[in-house]
Design a protein around this ligand. Structure first.
Ligand SMILES: C[S@@+](CC[C@H](N)C(=O)[O-])C[C@H]1O[C@@H](n2cnc3c(N)ncnc32)[C@H](O)[C@@H]1O
Length: 250
């Protein structure tokens, strides 16, 4: 596991040590394993899908400790969740077992997927895409997801985006390309680490505009079925974009 991903694994170690169950509980006091941030968008999107959900196959990229994957399984889908964080995957397997959910959780990097994978009726990105910083990683991941989606299948994305009113705190640095870097104590092994003033920063997230995200998706072969920017309580923070996409008709 590269240092780039180890930062997220450390977050899950801290969450587990604090008795918390999911990523969203870090910042949102209302959040819980069952009350995850993407839930309203997922509920609405599943309700709009034609036909029964039972037996449809779903892949969640960046499943973390499993709230989204378990929600999909509870709705009758056959779910596979993938993540690069070993701690998150351990937590996900435990949460699924405690809830009697049969979800397959695998260690896999969406930027380095083997060929000849199964294809899915539904692919869900619950806040993973903005974790992919470089243009190359994002392009590779979106191309892989396009190949993993069945013809007629649906790709649901909830992702952070930048906007003109965005202000990042002193622990972060945002450049003109939308690369959000985080302050680090030790730059050793951190790809792209740089100094600003007397502090070290390392690339951490990518915050593109809504237009840039839709362009990336179109370039990867997706057609946008709907997209919108969700209401944001704090207008200085990154906004959340909610997208439904599918294969572009040939
Ligand atoms: C913001 S967390 C969201 C976790 C989960 N979807 C949720 O809603 O609680 C993003 C997750 O993406 C995972 N991730 C980051 N880069 C990844 C990659 N290249 N392939 C697979 N998972 C990745 C992280 O380890 C982390 O678990």
């Amino acid at each position: 596991m590269s240092l780039y991903y180890q930062a997220d694994d450390r977050v899950f170690q801290k969450l587990r040590a604090a008795g918390k169950t999911s990523w969203d509980e870090q910042a949102d006091p209302q959040a819980s394993f069952d009350n995850f941030v993407m839930r309203p968008f997922l509920e609405e999107s599943l309700a709009e899908m034609a036909g029964p959900l039972d037996g449809l196959s779903a892949l969640e990229i960046g499943c973390g400790s499993g709230p989204v994957s378990c929600f999909l399984a509870a709705n009758g889908l056959a779910v596979r969740g993938i993540d690069v964080s070993p701690t998150a995957l351990e937590m996900a397997r435990q949460h699924a077992a405690e809830r009697g959910m049969n979800v397959q959780f695998d260690s896999a990097d969406i930027c380095h997927m083997p060929e000849q994978q199964d294809r899915y009726d539904l692919i869900v990105d619950g806040h993973c895409l903005h974790c992919l910083v470089s243009d190359e990683h994002r392009r590779t991941a979106l191309t892989a997801i396009h190949g993993l989606l069945k013809p007629g299948g649906r790709f649901l994305i909830e992702t952070m985006i930048s906007h003109p009113g965005l202000i990042v705190g002193a622990n972060y640095h945002l450049d003109a390309r939308g690369v959000l870097s985080i302050k680090v104590d030790d730059p050793a092994g951190r790809d792209g680490a740089f100094t600003s003033g007397s502090e070290w920063f390392a690339p951490y997230r990518r915050l593109l505009s809504a237009d840039q995200v839709t362009t990336e998706l179109r370039d990867a072969g997706f057609a946008m079925q709907s997209h919108r920017v969700a209401e944001q309580k704090d207008p200085r923070k990154p906004m959340l974009m909610q997208i439904r996409a599918g294969h572009r008709p040939t």
